[in-house]
Structure formats: C-alpha cells, structure tokens
Design a protein around this ligand. Structure first.
Ligand code: CP
Length: 305
C-alpha cells in the first residue's frame, strides 16, 4: 500500500511510468474505461478547490470507478472535533483510495499513517501539492519535449505557493535546470526549500524582483497567485497581491517558445489578454492534471490495463 504525500515519494522511473500511462490514456481512453470498476475514491477536501477535487473525481469516473467525499470541513465530523487520524481510519472502511486537501501542513501525511488505503496529498497548506506537479510535468513534457536544460522562472508568491515548492523538488532531479525566482522580498522562496533541495543539489538559482528583466532568458514562466488564505494580515495581502501582472506587453522580450504556466486559480496575475497567446499553457495544465491523476490512481490501486 503506497501513499503519495510528496512528489519525491515517486522515483524518476515511476514519474516516467505515470507520464507514459497518461499519454496512453490520452491516445486510447476507451482502453481504461473499466479499469477501476467497483473501486471507490474518497475526496476529503477541508479547503476549497475546483481543479484538484473535480479532476480527481472526473479521473475516477473516467476509469469506471465511483467517488464519495466532502468538499468542505464544515460538512464532515471534523467540525465536531474528530481527528485526522480517526477520519482516515473511518474513510478506509468505505473507500479504496483517498485524496485529501487540508489547510494544515502535514495533515495528509498524518492521515496516511492511520489509513489502510493509499492517501494522496491534494495540497497541504503552504507546503506541497504533488499532483499539481504531475500535471505540470506532463505539460512541460508535451510543450517543451524535455525536462533537462530548462530555465524556469517562478513568479509571485514563492513563500506560500505550495505548487512551486513541489515543482522545484521535481525539476531538481533533471540536468542543467536553472531557476529564476521572481518575487517581492516578503514572498521569497522559504529557506527550507533552499537548504533541503537547491543548495545540496547544486542547482543554479537567482532571486530577482523584475519580471521584465528576467523574461528574455526563460524557457518556462510559472506564474502564481498571491495566497490570500495564508496571510495573517489583510493589509499585507492587499499591498502585495498585484505585484506581478503578466500582460501581452510584458511578453515582448520573451522567447517565441516560452511556455507560460499557472496552477490556477488566477486572480489578476495573468491578464485575460494573454489567454490567446500561443504560449499560454495554463488551461492545457488543467486537462493534463486529470490524465496524470488517472495514471496515479491506477498505479496506487495496482491496476494493470
Ligand atoms: N491548482 C489547484 O490546486 O487548483 P484548485 O485549488 O482549484 O484545486
């Protein structure tokens, strides 16, 4: 029984396998239509979500399985004080696999210690979001055709943006990857990401404030939303939320084959005028996320197709 709490729980070979499965699902969807017949996915979302929850649910339905769950903590017995551990043990009696999102860092890990079925971290606080990274990796593979020798600009809320933390870990395993971290001082990448990933692995990175100055060298621009829900002080959020707004004008210095990514939801950080640019890949990321979640469910349920 395997859980996926951190993207590093999956080896490079396993990620390659998931990418290959996802591409086979895209090419041959009917082959997978009954793969999870009789299986149940539980989606336990203690925090809001559109893409992650609904793509997990769509993934399970497209595999022929069923879904149970809740989309807000207030409709579960956690509102009465039930612990994560007891919730995990209980849901293990009803479902074959669990996808959990929680505002507290580490909650899906705690659940995985007591669950008797696989637990997938669907986002824990400002910490990690491994299945978003799987969506990001399929997008990079399909758009750039490689993972090596890429300069990746990460822009916006690098402090609380859990998708960024997971993506850095995942990309740090490939050769000649460079990061340009574009953020205000208050939203810089946490020290633990530097100390645990970037420095030990000798990954080249720089921290800058200007998106326009960074733009010409980027192969990938990964925009992020300022995470309002993680701020203690609303005045700080209001001051920082519109620090970076990507517009067609700001792309004038960008490469022709730049890949513009964003985990979504977006607020103001990418102008809708950018959506028609051929380099905008963020809605492709949404669809890729469903295929990678299908591949992950198959793997963790040990279903052979
Ligand atoms: N990317 C992402 O996690 O989106 P949701 O919050 O809508 O699930």
């Amino acid at each position: 029984m395997r859980s996926v709490i951190d993207i590093m729980d999956l080896s490079l070979e396993e990620i390659d396998g998931l990418l290959n499965t996802a591409e086979d699902i895209i090419a041959n969807p009917k082959k997978y239509a009954d793969a999870c017949r009789g299986k149940k996915l539980a989606t336990l979302f203690f925090e809001p979500s559109t893409r992650t929850r609904l793509s997990f649910e769509a993934a399970m339905y497209e595999l022929g399985g069923n879904v149970i769950g809740f989309s807000e903590a207030s409709s579960s017995s956690s509102a009465k004080g039930e612990s994560i551990s007891d919730t995990a043990r209980t849901i293990s009696c009803y479902a074959d696999i669990i996808a959990m999102r929680h505002p507290k860092e580490g909650a899906p890990y705690v659940a995985s210690l007591k669950a008797t079925v696989p637990v997938i971290n669907a986002g824990d606080g400002g910490h990690n979001h491994p299945t978003q990274t799987l969506a990001d990796l399929l997008t990079i593979k399909r758009e750039k055709g490689r993972f090596d020798s890429l300069t990746i600009g990460l822009c916006g809320d690098l402090k609380f943006g859990r998708t960024v933390h997971s993506l850095i870990s995942a990309m740090s395993r490939y050769s000649n990857v460079r990061f340009v971290m574009i953020s205000p001082d208050e939203l810089k990448i946490p020290d633990y990401v530097k100390q645990n990933v970037l420095i030990p692995k000798g990954i080249e990175y720089k921290e800058v404030k200007s998106l326009e100055e960074a733009m010409p060298e980027l192969d990938i621009l990964y925009m992020t939303r300022v995470q309002k829900e993680r701020f203690f002080n609303e005045a700080d959020y209001i001051r920082l939320k519109d620090t970076y707004i990507l517009t067609p004008e700001k792309l004038s210095g960008a490469k022709d084959d730049l890949c513009i990514m964003h985990p979504l939801p977006r607020v103001n950080e990418i102008s809708v005028a950018v959506d028609d640019d051929k380099r905008a890949c963020y809605f492709k990321q949404v669809l890729n996320g469903k295929y990678m979640r299908m591949a992950l469910i198959l793997k963790l349920l040990e279903v052979e197709v």
